[in-house]
Design a protein around this ligand. Sequence first.
Ligand SMILES: *Cc1c(COP(=O)(O)O)cnc(C)c1O
Length: 403
Amino acid sequence: MDYKKFFSDSINSLKKSGEYRIFRNVERIAGSFPNAKFNDLVKKENIVVWCSNDYLGMGQHPFILEAIERSMKEFGAGSGGTRNISGTSNAHIVLENEISEIHEKESSLIFTSGYVANDASLSILGSKLNKCAFFSDEKNHASIINGIRNSKAEKFIFKHNNIKHLETLLKKVGIDRPKIIVFESVYSMDGDFTPIESLVKLAKKYNALTYLDEVHGVGLYGSHGGGVAQEQKIMHEIDIINGTLAKAFGLIGGYVSSSKIIIDFIRSYSPGFIFTTSIPPAIASGAIASIRYVKDNQQLRDKLKEKCLLIKEKLLAANIPFLKTKSHIIPIIIGDTKLCKKAADELLEKHKVYLQPINYPTVPRGKERLRITPSPLHTDQMIDELINALKFTWKKLKLKKAA
Ligand SMILES: *Cc1c(COP(=O)(O)O)cnc(C)c1O
């Protein structure tokens, strides 16, 4: 076996297709997000970040930074252990209570990331529930796909948000078998919302559990930032809600929120929860501060909505084609790997606009895109500069205009 050849051939094939990933070295500047420094060039350049998942700019908020600093000085850097062996602190417990409160659930459990929360929870549920069948939306995130795969349970993939197809699949499995319907509330690459109530109705009809990934919804939707399910007034009907502390809340870590007994089950059986060090108490303290701040500040959500509307209006006027979503995610489909990267390079190097090209396998081939994710901190002037940069780039690269 020529190992070296195998690895270099694998990498070369990515380079040939244009799918080889180049990480941009971006230095965020606390206090002036979404401004950042672009470190790839010899001299550091000021850029504006338009593709961050720090949707509300909480990653730099003084209220959160202070909470982290205070906690770090008091308790130190790391947690010192797994949750079971000396790694549980008051901050972890308060954070879990805070999460339960925004989702109006009995209990919650923190993981090291949203990815791990999905992977660990789904894999233990699917492997322990006898003859469990998963029903998973075809556009579900990689962490969901992996969790289901790792459970080794049977799975049925339903067409994206297609209730009819889901019901056809549910009918194939005996009513006595345990079933879990897994879906997201707002899909991160297309920015479309899920009609959650219709899925919940089906779940009840076929005695299935519902597992909802609210990673892109928490903090941004609902009266208290509880997510899209809260906005659609169906949150209390969802059995298990998954979320992250790393997107709208601006930190790191993930969680699931559910009934006392389901959370106790995952806490007691899931290797992905048990055998890993808990998040640092300072991060937990920062997350508590962030959730409390975001929960009570409806104006953050209103302002984000306002910015999104303005951008969509201006894109429309400029004939730049985008997916007409109702969410905070604004995808511009380019549909070609190399062209997508070229457009992104042009935007960054000529216009100091940072939009990361999104390629396969994050999106299907032929659906390569730029994905605008505004924040309440993007100014109207930044929006004008973004639109001008896009117009310029569209003209220069002769990209397809809106019909
Ligand atoms: C980002 C993401 C996750 C993972 O969350 P992290 O906290 O970043 O690990 C899970 N689900 C979806 C839909 C995501 O987009």
